[in-house]
Write a protein that binds this ligand. Structure first.
Ligand SMILES: [Zn+2]
Length: 139
């Protein structure tokens, strides 16, 4: 409080402003933390589902590891008819790689070993096409 004007002085106003801002930031930090937890959980569930579906496909005789082709630093699955889908797999774990939502720019990451593809998710279709061109197969 200023002894001259009887009003809160600049430092008090600034302190109050900073306190309000800190409270706001803490609230948004808590929101982001909750959102991140939700996304990590969802990602884990989706990865599990994909793994389960891949196992199901393997049991039905759909091409598996034997039909992986190497390209752009990752693996791609080539179907019996030569088609290569725009889905990349970890060269080590052979699991589907997924865009990591918490980074910027997003990266294609193996959720198991954290391997990062040498291209960003928006280049996935392009990378797949380059592998198709090299493999000479499919669309
Ligand atoms: Zn991996």
């Amino acid at each position: 409080m200023s002894w001259i004007t009887g009003k809160p002085d600049k430092d008090e106003n600034l302190a109050a402003e900073l306190q309000a801002r800190a409270t706001e930031l803490e609230a948004s930090r808590a929101e982001l933390k909750a959102e991140n937890s939700r996304l990590v959980k969802e990602n884990r569930e989706l990865t599990d589902r994909v793994s389960m579906m891949e196992r199901g496909r393997a049991q039905m005789g759909v091409p598996t590891a034997a039909h992986f082709v190497d390209g752009n630093g990752v693996l791609w699955q080539q179907a019996a008819d030569g088609r290569i889908e725009a889905v990349c797999y970890c060269p080590t774990c052979k699991l589907v790689m997924t865009p990591l939502p918490s980074g910027y720019p997003e990266e294609m990451v193996c959720t198991s070993c954290k391997y990062i593809a040498p291209f960003h998710p928006e280049k996935l279709a392009e990378a797949a096409q380059a592998v198709r061109d090299l493999a000479g197969g499919g669309r």
